[in-house]
Every structure is written in structure tokens, then in C-alpha cells.
Ligand binder design. Structure first.
Ligand SMILES: O=c1ccn([C@@H]2O[C@H](COP(=O)(O)OP(=O)(O)O[C@H]3O[C@H](CO)[C@@H](O)[C@H](O)[C@H]3O)[C@@H](O)[C@H]2O)c(=O)[nH]1
Ligand SMILES: [Mn+2]
Length: 816
């Protein structure tokens, strides 16, 4: 479709001319691509190294070996099936249900193989990034940044935490006059506004303190009261090391003073929150827009130290009007900031994600100021999402290590990782539906109000941005008009421009809309690049409670399917008829992130129906004796799966435990939450029922009374069970597989005839495989009792018994 104000007719021609769209180029980047601010910078700012170890080569090789086995397996399976189902075959299956099961299982196996391949292929060419932050030491070289923080519910997102996030941004190591922080309050809550005002007051003391002593992290709550998850020890060591000498007593003195002030701020915010809880302070979803300058972008505080600008934004909400959740909030901020600071680059943080490494902003802009290989073509830079307060075992795979530390690295080697929300830097022009310089026709015409809306100052700012000029102003009144609920009516907002609407995972859709235009993106793990023991750029909170976690996964899965059934479908979407702008493997990755919930349909058949049939039917009617070929294939597939996994952990540095957690949680969520997501989206397609955005709670739920011997403890959340319908299919699967094992156990001890059935042996192995995957789920269901009863012991007995039994069986089978 249209791209902002550029002659679109010439686009396909331009695409054809650039045949090799995704090869690494060595030609000069177009002059437009250069940020003029950084003309005199020592290059390169960003160093990209492809991982070329022997391990990665083995890894690629094993992927192809496994795909080869898949091909052979399915060839065998399908010819075999055709013969088996054929009614003329004497030894074949004759009953209809058996034939149906046979067919369904082949379909399922094909799907699993397809998904595995989609998952692995984009990881074959990973890269690592390093940045040269020191090269941007001269502050005049740094571009301006607007930081967007979104908050939506003061109950689930405590205002104190939001205030701390804001403080960590204000205190980040970046020239104050080049940072403006915008906070979007989607609850229209007075309490949030007051908390922000308190934060601004305290910032006058906090920011100079951080700068003077170089403290980390610059989130005061974590600095003073942090639970030491990431190492309070480290904090002390580092600070002491740096303050060898006379400055140490001074830090202690300052720290005490600032801490006292911080505690007072905390108390004041607490008081505001309590006041709000009283009746009469209910929030509504109907209120006027507010844009309030809390700290003026060019203001100087009392202590004569400049602070970054801080703007509180409450977009207008009217009953009966859709507000498009986070995407709508981000778009409102995009417009409001355009007429105030109009920085060329934007950082998005959710209200719980604070700046944990004060160099994060400098690291982020390196990618935009760079003009080398990716010069001027990087639309966004995603940072890994790291979390505080996750239980050490990471029972529900909250850290998503395999995604952040493998998949994103792989995609980074293929033009661009996926945008997954908080912790991401953007190029403003890319959000205005502009094409990257390489695809951009030279003629830039007027910015159309039909797309951008009718605000003249805003259109002027868009024009300035697209032409790489500065421009902005302090049009606060105009900003209020820009956050009105009707501004976007009849425009291209959410469709072409800004954050995308129509899905609850606006992040994936928005990143995709940029990639399809030919923009690249980057992934940067600051802590890894800076070496062992370094600080993550940002940190946030994650739901460690099974119920919350399942709801989060449900939302992601439903949002992904919404994208699949939208104009942003990975297979169909093109930009101006140019298919070549997306790398095919990048497309595969997007396909993967949008179809994965369908896995649940097959998985539930495997986990629930297939094991249940012999139990219910009572007879081994459907037991086909597994042929040696079949068992051979199974073993080969399992071995190659393990080999690929081990090699993957070796090149990426993810631990085997992380990988295993990931596998386990995959089964837990695929059997419950994905299934619900498929249902939701089917309902949406059939009956137009919207998928709801269930905000993730950032505060631990009030812990239930601890039983004797088990205190509330640090991870009390982990043991609070709140039943939800999402748990039903998974619980059923767990029950069926345990029952199936139990019945096998019983018949093994009762009859000897059964012992010789290899079909039953295969089934028990499968049951066992399911149960070990669902083990974290079982722990979750047991809640607090899981601490007392130690289900490990119980399961271990079952497993040990079955293993011995199985070995015995095998021996007998071979002897016979
Ligand atoms: O109407 C809304 C709903 C949400 N939000 C904000 O959106 C953010 C993300 O919400 P959260 O409940 O924390 O979702 P998570 O699943 O934890 O977040 C991940 O997934 C989301 C997409 O589902 C992305 O938007 C996030 O950036 C990403 O971190 C929070 O800052 C909210 O305040 C709004 O501003 N308005
Ligand atoms: Mn979140």
C-alpha cells in the first residue's frame, strides 16, 4: 500500500533493481541514512560477528540429518499406512476408528515435524553483536531519545514500581537535554499522576546522586531494597572497588541522605494509593485527554542540574470506543511526543521494566548512528527481556531463554529479530510507514493527512522526521488534541502507521510491518557483550504463578493467531508487491510465531485421546505391534532431537536445564493455553468476539496462609494455586497418562501374557515422556503441598520401577 508521502508507483521497479535484497552489501549507504549528528564518529560502532564454530557447523548438519530422517520416516509411514488402511489387505486395519486414529497420528507427526523445522531453520546463522559505546563519548554526537512508558492499571501495576521505572530512566547515563520520558496512563488514574509527580520531585536528588557516584542500578527501589536476586553482593563489591579511597565515606553519607528521602517518597506514594482505595475514587473508562509537563524538557532544577524532560500523558477515552490497548497508547505517545520533543529515536519500556544498566541508552543508539553494513536501515533494536523475582528453577520457563538467547540471535543473522515488546528502541521514521533508504524513491512529496490525521503541527513534524531534520516544539495544547479518542478516525493509524491494531500481540505485528517494508532490525544483549558479570540493560517482572503465566501465554497465542488471520499474515504479506524484502527464513520465523498455537489440536490428541482409548476400550484392540523399523525411526528421531538440542545449547550458552524447562513448559502451555487461544480466535472469526487483553499482574497476589513448616517465603506466589479452565485439558492429560501407566503396572504384576506386548511397552514409555514433561504443571497443581510432599520422590519410585520393568520386558522380548 501507500508509504508515507512517497511516490509509490516506482517501488516495484526499485525492488527489482535490487536483486540481492538480503545479501550483505558493501556499497556506500545512501547519504540519507547517515545521522548527521554523528558524522565524526570512530567506526564501527556496532560489530557483528557471525558464529562460525565447529559446533554451529555440526548443529546445522544435525538439523539436516534430522530433516532427512523425517523425509524417510514419512515416506515409510505413508506408504505403510496406505497399505494398512486398504480394505483388501489381509493383515491391515479393518475398523474405521482404527484407520482414523492411524491417519490422525500421521497428520500430527507431520505437523510436529513441520513446526520443529520452522523453529530450527532460522537459527542456523546466528550472530553476536558488540558496540563501541566509548566512540560516542562526546555528548554532542548523541541523538535525542524519547522514552515511552506504558501503564494501564494501578492495581496490577503498582504506581511505586512505575515511579521507580521513571526514575531509572531519568538517571540513565545520557545527556539530560536529549532525553524526554513520556508516561502513558491508560487507567486515567490520579494515583499514577501523583506518583509520577513524587518521582519528579525525588529525581532532583536521585539523578545527581547517581551521576556523582556512578551507582547501579538506577532504580532506587532495587538499589536500596533490592532482594539481591542479581547479586546485592556484586553491587557492594563494584561500588567499593570503584571507591577505593576518599570517595567511599562520601558515598556512604550521600547514600544515607538519599535513602531517607527515598523512603519518604515511598511513604507518600503509599499514602496516595491508600487514599485512592477509599470509595469514590473508582477509575472510569471515560475521561478527557491530559498532557502534563511534569519536568520541562529544558528546565533546570533547584540544584542547578539538568534533568531529562518528563511528560505525563493520559489519552482521551470514551465509553464504547475501542482504544486498542497498548498499541493505541503507544500511538498516542508517538503523536504527542512528535510535537513536543520529536526525537528521531524512541525507547519503549513497560512500566515494570526499568533501566538496569545506565549505559543502555547509549548502547541502543549505536545501532542507529552506525552507517556501516546496516547503515540507516535498522528500524528497531530489541534487547532481551530479563526478569527479577523468578524462582531459581524457573519452573514455568519465564525467562524464555531459548527464544531470547537462541532464536533472536539466529534471526539477527537474517536481517532482523522479532520485536517482542518492552526493551526495544525504534527509529521514528520507520513507525511513520516510511521505507528504508535503500528502497525509498528519491522523491519525497507532502505527508498526507488522510493517513496521518489532520493536525498541522504534527504533519510538519512528520515531514521533518522523514527528511531527517529536527523539529518539534513545545506544542502541549496540540498534543492534547493529538491524544483525543477521535484523532485516528479514518486514518491509517494502526494499519499502516505506528503500532498495529487488531491483535493483542501488537509487538509481533508491528515488527513484521516494518520488516516487510525492508527494514532490518537488531538484537543486542548488553550484558553478554560486556562480558561475564555485567549488568543486563533492562529488567522487569514476570508472572511466576501458574495461573497468571498461563493467561499470559494464552494472550500471546491468541494474538499470534490474530496476526495469522490478518493482513499481516507472514505468507501473504508483501510491501508494494516486493516479496524479496523479507528473507525467506525470516518469513518462516514469522510463520512459526503466528501458527504455533495450532500445535495444541494435535498435541491434545496425543496426550489425551490416544492414551485414553485403550483405557476406555479396555482392550488392546488398537495396539499395532510396533515394527522394528518404527522403533528404529523413533529412536533415530529422539537421538537427533537430543543432538540438535545439545549442540544448540553449546553454541548459544543456554543451559540444558533452560532448554528442558522450555520443552516442559511448551507441553504445559500447548495442551491448555494454546487450545484456549485457538478456541478464542475461532470465536472471533465466527462471531466477532474480541480477544481480551488480560493485563499481567506485577505484584504478588496476597499470599494464602502458609501451612505448618512452610513459610510464606520469597516465592510464595509460586505456591498459590488459582484454578482456571485453562488447566482442565492439561490436568486431564496428566491423569490419563498416569492412569495408563498405573494400569500397565497392574497388568504387568497380574498377568504374564501382557509382559510380551511391545506395543504396551512403547505406550508406557510414551506415558512416561508425557508425565515428565507435565511435571512442573503437576507441581503447580499441588500448590503448597508440593513443598511438603516432595512429589519428586513419588515420581522417582514410579519411574525407577517402570524402567526396571521395561528393561526386563525388553530382555524377555529378545529372548523369545
Ligand atoms: O490497555 C492497555 C493494556 C496494556 N498496556 C500496557 O502494555 C504493557 C504490557 O502489558 P503486560 O500485561 O505487562 O503484558 P506482558 O505479557 O507482560 O508483556 C509482553 O507482551 C505484550 C503483548 O502481549 C507486549 O505489549 C509487552 O511489551 C511485552 O512485554 C504494560 O506496560 C501495560 O501497561 C497499556 O498501556 N494499555
Ligand atoms: Mn509485562
Amino acid at each position: 500500500m501507500l508509504s508515507a508521502g512517497f511516490a509509490t508507483e516506482s517501488l516495484p521497479a526499485a525492488c527489482l533493481a535490487k536483486k540481492d535484497a538480503y545479501a550483505v552489501r558493501d556499497e556506500e549507504a545512501s547519504p540519507e541514512a547517515e545521522t548527521k549528528l554523528a558524522a565524526g564518529v570512530e567506526r564501527p560502532l556496532v560489530q557483528t560477528t557471525r558464529i562460525t564454530t565447529t559446533i554451529i557447523k555440526l548443529y546445522r548438519f544435525m538439523i539436516f540429518v534430522r530433516i532427512g530422517i523425517f523425509v524417510l520416516f514419512f515416506k515409510w509411514r505413508i506408504t505403510n499406512a496406505a497399505r494398512m488402511i486398504s480394505p483388501t489387505d489381509a493383515g491391515g486395519i479393518t475398523t474405521k476408528p482404527a484407520a482414523a486414529i492411524w491417519t490422525a497420528s500421521i497428520a500430527g507427526e507431520l505437523w510436529f515435524a513441520f513446526m520443529w523445522t520452522l523453529d530450527q531453520l532460522p537459527k542456523m546463522f546466528p550472530v553476536r553483536r558488540a558496540v563501541n559505546i566509548a566512540a560516542l563519548d562526546d555528548d554532542s554526537l548523541l541523538p535525542a531519545i524519547d522514552v515511552f512508558v506504558t501503564t494501564a492499571d494501578p492495581d496490577k501495576e503498582p504506581p511505586l514500581a512505575t515511579a521507580n521505572t521513571v526514575l531509572s530512566i531519568l538517571a540513565a547515563d545520557y545527556p539530560a537535554h536529549k532525553v524526554t520520558c513520556y508516561i502513558s496512563d491508560d487507567a486515567g488514574a490520579e494515583v499514577t499522576r501523583e506518583a509520577i509527580a513524587e518521582a519528579a520531585r525525588f529525581a532532583a536528588m536521585w539523578v545527581p546522586f547517581c551521576r556523582k557516584h556512578g551507582v547501579e542500578p538506577r532504580n532506587p527501589e532495587v538499589y536500596f531494597n533490592g532482594d539481591g536476586g542479581e547479586g546485592s553482593k556484586e553491587r557492594k563489591v563494584v561500588t567499593r572497588g570503584r571507591y577505593n579511597g576518599i570517595a567511599w565515606p562520601e558515598l556512604v553519607r550521600d547514600r544515607r541522605r538519599v535513602r531517607r528521602e527515598y523512603e519518604e517518597m515511598r511513604l507518600r506514594i503509599d499514602a496516595v494509593v491508600r487514599r485512592r482505595r477509599r470509595p469514590g475514587h473508582a477509575t472510569t473508562d471515560d475521561y478527557a485527554g491530559v498532557v502534563q509537563v511534569v519536568i520541562s524538557p529544558d528546565g533546570v532544577t533547584a540544584v542547578d542540574e539538568r534533568l531529562p524532560g518528563l511528560i505525563y500523558v493520559r489519552r482521551e477515552k470514551r465509553r464504547g470506543r475501542t482504544h486498542h490497548r497498548k498499541a493505541g497508547a503507544m500511538n498516542a505517545l508517538l503523536r504527542a511526543s512528535a510535537v513536543i520533543s520529536n526525537a528521531p529515536f524512541i525507547l519503549n519500556l513497560d512500566c515494570d521494566h526499568y533501566v538496569n544498566n545506565s549505559l543502555a541508552l547509549r548502547a541502543g543508539v549505536c545501532f542507529f548512528v552506525e552507517r556501516g553494513e546496516d547503515g540507516g536501515e535498522v528500524a528497531f533494536v530489541q534487547f532481551p527481556q530479563r526478569f527479577d523475582g523468578v524462582d531459581p528453577c524457573d519452573r514455568y520457563a519465564n525467562h524464555n531463554r531459548v527464544f531470547f538467547d537462541c532464536t533472536e540471535l539466529g534471526l539477527d543473522g537474517l536481517q532482523g529479530p522479532i520485536y517482542v515488546g518492552t526493551g526495544c528502541f525504534f527509529r521514528r521514521a520507520a513507525l511513520y510507514a516510511a521505507d528504508p533508504p535503500r528502497w525509498r524513491p528519491p522523491l519525497a512529496t507532502a505527508v498526507e493527512s488522510a493517513m496521518f490525521g489532520t493536525s498541522v503541527p504534527f504533519l510538519a513534524s512528520v515531514q521533518a522526521t522523514l527528511n531527517n531534520k529536527e523539529g518539534g516544539g513545545d506544542a502541549v495544547d496540540e498534543a492534547i488534541a493529538l491524544v483525543s479518542s477521535g484523532y485516528e478516525d479514518g486514518t491509517a493509524w494502526g494499519v499502516e502507521i505506528g503500532w498495529m491494531y487488531g491483535t493483542v500481540t501488537e509487538d509481533v505485528a508491528t515488527g513484521f510491518s516494518m520488516h516487510r517494508r525492508g527494514w532490518r532490525s537488531a538484537y543486542f544483549d548488553l550484558a553478554f557483550a560486556a562480558g561475564a558479570g555485567s549488568r543486563d540493560a533492562f529488567r522487569g517482572t514476570a508472572p511466576i504463578n501458574l495461573t497468571d503465566r498461563l493467561h499470559q501465554v494464552l494472550r500471546w497465542a491468541a494474538g499470534s493467531l490474530e496476526i495469522f488471520f490478518s493482513r499481516n499474515n507472514a505468507l501473504l504479506a508483501t510491501a508494494s508487491g516486493c516479496r524479496r524484502r523479507l528473507h525467506p527464513l525470516q518469513r518462516a520465523a514469522y510463520l512459526n510465531t503466528t501458527v504455533y498455537p495450532f500445535t495444541s489440536l494435535f498435541l491434545i490428541a496425543y496426550l489425551l485421546f490416544f492414551p485414553a482409548i485403550p483405557l476406555a476400550a479396555g482392550a488392546a484392540a488398537f495396539d499395532m505391534p510396533p515394527t522394528a523399523t518404527y522403533v528404529g525411526f523413533l529412536v533415530a528421531l529422539m537421538l537427533t532431537l537430543a543432538a540438535v538440542a545439545v549442540l544448540e545449547t553449546r553454541w548459544s550458552g543456554v543451559t540444558i536445564t533452560d532448554w528442558w524447562r522450555n520443552e516442559q513448559f511448551w507441553m504445559v502451555s500447548a495442551s491448555g493455553a494454546y487450545l484456549a487461544a485457538v478456541t478464542h480466535v475461532a470465536l472471533k472469526l465466527a462471531a466477532g468476539k474480541e480477544v481480551s487483553f488480560n493485563l499481567t499482574s506485577k505484584r504478588p497476589a496476597p499470599a494464602a496462609k502458609p501451612p505448618l513448616g512452610a513459610g510464606a517465603g520469597r516465592y510464595a506466589e509460586l505456591y498459590a494455586v488459582r484454578w482456571t479452565a485453562l488447566m482442565v485439558p492439561t490436568s486431564a492429560a496428566l491423569a490419563v497418562n498416569v492412569a495408563s501407566m498405573a494400569s500397565a503396572w497392574m497388568s504387568m504384576s497380574m498377568s504374564t501374557a501382557w509382559d510380551c506386548s511391545p506395543a504396551a511397552a512403547v505406550r508406557v514409555v510414551f506415558n512416561l515422556w508425557v508425565v515428565v514433561h507435565l511435571y512442573p504443571f503437576a507441581l503447580g497443581l499441588m500448590g503448597r503441598r508440593s513443598k511438603v510432599l516432595s512429589p519428586i520422590l513419588f515420581l522417582f519410585c514410579v519411574v525407577a520401577y517402570l524402567a526396571i520393568r521395561f528393561l526386563y520386558l525388553l530382555l524377555q522380548f529378545h529372548a523369545a
